[in-house]
Design a protein around this ligand. Structure first.
Ligand code: G6Q
Length: 558
């Protein structure tokens, strides 16, 4: 392959163009003619046909604006983009992160029962397993109390200091697996450079029983290092001994030399590798706070769940492959039907941080406007990802999804079984989730509204005014993701499902989903502005707005 062919990865430009043309034509037909209420009435097999499963994990995609022609054309698009070829290259350790010249191998981190995975001719699996073994031993020592704080006390609180990919995954999983938390140890997360975050977190902690994890792939991230130094000052101030740092600080990083320079013994540091992207790193040593919260065995179940989704993604044909289907349907809405966002609505309180987690995973991966080989893109790429757990969202923003002017595809997520004893709550929760999906799909016609209002005390004139307000257009799409219960294995499957969905879309959009150059400019400017904010440098060289704001800030500080 020449360089361009390599960048395009065997993508067939002609077939891609033909697929897009076909999809555009179908888009026009569907927008005009497809009515979901009617589609269900006409086709009793619609639900069976438009669903996919991986054991108990079930995805109903029948409430989407699709038909057989659309699904077939989307499969053709995936073939034209050679999604399967790229997938195989990712799993094989090819350097598909072209702008950073790195392999993309978060899948190797959960390849517990698979064979070797080579990067630059070297099998990475022994190192992966060695670190897992060290994490397991370390967590066991903390849990048993064998690992003691400087004054000889057992650790009761863990504070993970990290940001972005070194924070959001562990935060999300820590919340998701709350029913599995081990008694006697609590995890806290500090990410923001806003001092309020660390001050508020440390306020109620006892330095003698607190362990800090400094989690940073690069160990250069300003927010994390600023928080880490403040945490160290707090600890040394409380315990009045520099030597206390050794028993209260551990690190997770790919840069062990920098860990040592900070003053953490590298015996207490856990490594990972440049082929693990920050937002794909919860499966690595970045998962240490998860292991401390729920124990190593549960973490391994999480990995095994992800591995089972990896195997499904690797082997299932496109038409029955869950991440492929979700990715393709997302492309259909984004590029053909014009949706600019995607809502993630878990009917599962423990998944309250999943939307925020997926916001990073998806938007940092596919929020790009040049192709892998640096050409400008003339089509839409990653959508805005947002959401909140149900039923809270119903009393907040669902109004706009039902009756606003935006097309917003929704992923509903729910467990058949709760992990708490309040069965009546869970039945109500599930009914609400099903009801929202049904309401979005079927809507309510003006005739139905008028029929309802006809029995009321309202005058015909009042009914004329009110009726249009109460109409729901319906035909609003959603996926329903249903599973037995939110255990570590299922959580692993869910997260890996979304990772691979993002991969599929990135390949079709021909972007590098594994870099994030768009975060750099702000960092660079913040460094330049700091001395001006501190009053050490003159700000008048900046644009009038920035200079004016700094002047006003100084004025307000007196
Ligand atoms: C994720 C990004 C980013 C990263 C943070 C923290 O994919 O790269 O969110 O995780 O900037 O970086 P460090 O782990 O290097 O501190």
């Amino acid at each position: 392959m020449n360089e361009l062919e390599w960048a395009e990865g065997g993508m067939s430009a002609d077939k891609m163009t033909a697929s897009w043309e076909k999809l555009d034509q179908l888009g026009a037909e569907v927008s005009e003619k497809l009515n979901l209420r009617k589609a269900f009435a006409d086709d009793p097999a619609r639900f069976e046909r438009y669903s996919a499963a991986l054991n108990d994990l079930f995805v109903d995609y029948s409430k989407n604006l699709v038909n057989d022609d659309v699904m077939a054309a989307l499969v053709e698009l995936a073939k034209a983009a050679n999604v399967e070829g790229w997938r195989d290259r990712m799993f094989a350790g090819d350097k598909i992160n072209v702008t950073e010249n790195r392999a993309v191998l978060h899948t190797a981190l959960r390849n517990l029962d698979g064979g070797p995975v080579e990067v630059d001719g070297e099998d990475v699996m022994p190192a992966v397993k060695e670190v897992l073994g060290r994490l397991k031993d370390f967590a066991a020592r903390v849990h048993s109390g064998e690992w003691k704080g400087h004054t000889g006390k057992k650790i009761t609180d863990v504070v993970n200091i990290g940001i972005g990919g070194s924070d959001l995954g562990p935060v999300m999983v820590n919340e998701a697996l709350r029913p599995y938390h081990i008694d006697g140890i609590r995890c806290h997360f500090v990410s923001n450079v806003d001092g309020a975050h660390i001050v508020d977190t440390l306020k109620f902690l006892d330095a003698e029983t607190t362990l800090f994890i400094i989690a940073s792939k690069t160990f250069t991230t300003d927010e994390t290092l600023t928080n880490a130094y403040s945490a160290r000052d707090w600890l040394v101030g409380m315990l009045k001994d520099e030597a206390a740092v050794a028993k209260h600080f551990v690190a997770v990083s790919t840069a062990l030399d920098k860990v040592a320079a900070f003053g953490i013994d590298t015996d207490n540091a856990f490594g990972f590798w440049d082929w693990v992207g920050g937002r794909y790193s919860l499966w690595s040593a970045i998962g240490l706070p998860i292991i401390l919260a729920v124990g190593y065995e549960k973490f391994e179940e999480l990995l095994r769940g992800a591995q089972s989704m990896d195997n499904h993604f690797k082997t299932a044909p496109i038409a029955t492959n869950i991440p492929m289907i979700l990715g393709l349907i997302g492309v259909w809405y984004r590029n053909v039907l014009g949706a600019s966002s995607q809502a993630i609505l878990p009917y599962d309180q423990h998944l309250s941080r999943l939307p925020a987690y997926l916001q990073q995973a998806d938007m940092e991966s596919n929020g790009k406007s040049v192709t892998r080989d640096g050409k400008p893109i003339a089509y839409e790429t990653g959508p805005i990802i947002w959401g909140e757990p149900g039923t809270n969202g119903q009393h907040a923003f669902y109004q706009l999804i039902h009756q606003g002017t935006e097309l917003i595809p929704v992923d509903f997520i729910m467990a058949a079984n709760a992990l708490h004893p309040l069965a009546n709550h869970h039945d109500k929760l599930v009914s609400n989730c099903l009801a929202q999906a049904e309401a979005l799909m079927r809507g309510k016609t003006e005739a139905e509204v008028r029929e309802e209002l006809s029995g009321s005390d309202l005058s015909p004139a009042e009914i004329d005014v009110l009726a249009p307000q109460k109409v729901f257009d319906g035909n609003k799409p959603s996926n329903m993701i249903l599973y037995k219960q939110l255990d570590p294995f299922t959580l692993g499957r869910l997260v890996a499902m979304y990772e691979h969905k993002i991969f599929v879309q990135g390949i079709i959009w021909n972007v590098n989903s594994y870099d994030q150059w768009g975060v750099e400019l702000g960092k660079q400017l913040a460094k330049e502005l700091l001395p001006m904010v501190e009053g050490k440098e003159d700000a008048s060289t900046r644009d009038a707005s920035t200079a004016g704001l700094i002047k006003r800030l100084h004025g307000l500080r007196g």
